[in-house]
Ligand binder design. Structure first.
Ligand code: SF4
Length: 375
């Protein structure tokens, strides 16, 4: 199996999208963001691709931009002009920050393929620099507008993959892994360890197993609005078919009816909750257990005792048996699986089941319906 950062990322975002893009190879459409990102990458490649450690001037950088520019993906010339002006601003800032410290990179747009547990992983490292004083820094350019949270960078799949590739290809462990966000002009740097590489291996193996097993369910996600495959995606294709002429108008009527009933349900539920609060408050104030309606049916108010496990009691029961390590903090799920999953002595099981403390009592309302009973 052959995978890359993009294909793994696509699968993890939406398995159906992975299938449409990498297995079925359905065509994709260009976009201003894609075109813009490509041009900036190519321009920066030319900026750094020098035999001498002297940065090109800003004018030379602009010439490189014009040489690499492509009008693909833009709606019209005015949109293209806006993006072009923006590219010049970004490169001006990039030049201001990087020209003086310009060095010849250790690697530039380096394409690689490495094998991990039988899976061919390919990718391209934008740039690798030698750090003055020793070590290496891998840099990947990003054209996102906003910086991600630091913990997202610390878990970034692409950087983990590059770290692993650098070890396999050059036998080095890069000290720094940096995402260079060109639009805000900021760098976010992280590092990786052997444990991260192991975790990445497991992540890749999981994706590969799911692909091999043909698991391609669509997964709704925030990028659906920009997905090229909506017209074939099971979540959206009906909408597209309807736009061309409803293939089953009767079905649309039924769906409309279902939606209307569901909305009525929500309205009823909200009103029931309001009434429940009013009835409970009235019963509480006057000491009633039941309130009767006009046809003899009644609302029956019964207490429900809400309990939670008493952590200290549970600990005192499990610790002497050497079982506390399996729970550590009282998590009701872990506790249930401990009770269900092994044959604890009956007295221990009873003690655990009894070790709940009541935290509050709430009242539920039940209908004593005379009309229904008579039928
Ligand atoms: S529209 Fe959304 S759910 Fe459907 S394939 Fe695209 S990303 Fe996946």
């Amino acid at each position: 199996m052959k995978l890359s950062y993009s294909s793994i990322n696509t699968y993890e975002t939406c398995p159906a999208k992975y299938k449409f893009q990498y297995e079925d190879r359905l065509p994709t459409t260009g976009s201003p963001a894609l075109s813009f990102g490509d041009v900036l990458h190519r321009t920066l490649h030319r900026f750094h691709n020098r035999p001498v450690p002297v940065a090109p001037s800003l004018d030379e950088m602009f010439e490189m931009l014009d040489g690499e520019w492509s009008g693909d993906g833009y709606r019209d010339p005015s949109e293209e002009r806006l993006y072009h002006d923006h590219a010049r601003q970004i490169l001006t800032e990039y030049h201001r920050v990087n020209a003086d410290s310009f060095r010849i990179p250790a690697a530039l747009e380096f394409r690689f393929t490495v094998e991990v547990d039988g899976i061919q992983l390919s990718g391209m490292i934008d740039r690798m620099d030698r750090i003055p004083g020793g070590g290496y820094e891998i840099i990947d350019y990003k054209t996102n507008r906003r910086l991600p949270p630091k913990d997202v960078v610390d878990r970034d799949l692409q950087l983990s993959l590059y770290y692993m590739a650098a070890r396999e290809i050059w036998g080095i462990q890069p000290e720094r892994l940096t995402l260079y966000f060109l639009l805000p002009g900021q760098r976010m740097t992280t590092f990786r360890t052997e444990a991260d590489a192991d975790q990445l291996r497991r992540r890749i193996a999981t994706v590969a197993e799911r692909i091999a097993a043909g698991k391609f369910d669509p997964r709704q996600n925030p990028l659906c609005d920009w997905c090229d495959f909506q017209s074939v995606c099971p979540l959206y294709k009906h909408k597209y078919e309807k736009e061309k002429g409803d293939p089953a108008p009767r079905m649309t009527e039924l769906v409309d009816e279902w939606i209307a009933l569901k909305r009525e349900d929500w309205e009823r539920y909200r009103r029931l909750e309001d009434l429940r609060a009013l009835i409970n408050a009235f019963c509480e104030e006057h000491g009633y257990r039941r309130l009767f309606g006009s046809d003899g049916s009644a609302v029956d108010r019964r207490p429900v005792h809400v309990t939670e496990p008493d952590a200290e009691r549970i600990r005192s029961i499990l610790e002497p048996l050497g079982l506390w390590d399996q729970v550590l903090a009282v998590d009701p799920k872990k506790l249930s699986s401990l009770i269900e999953g092994r044959s604890l002595p009956p007295d221990v099981e009873d003690a655990l089941l009894a070790s709940r403390e009541e935290v509050r009592t709430q009242y539920s309302l039940y209908l004593k319906d005379r009309v229904r009973t008579r039928r």
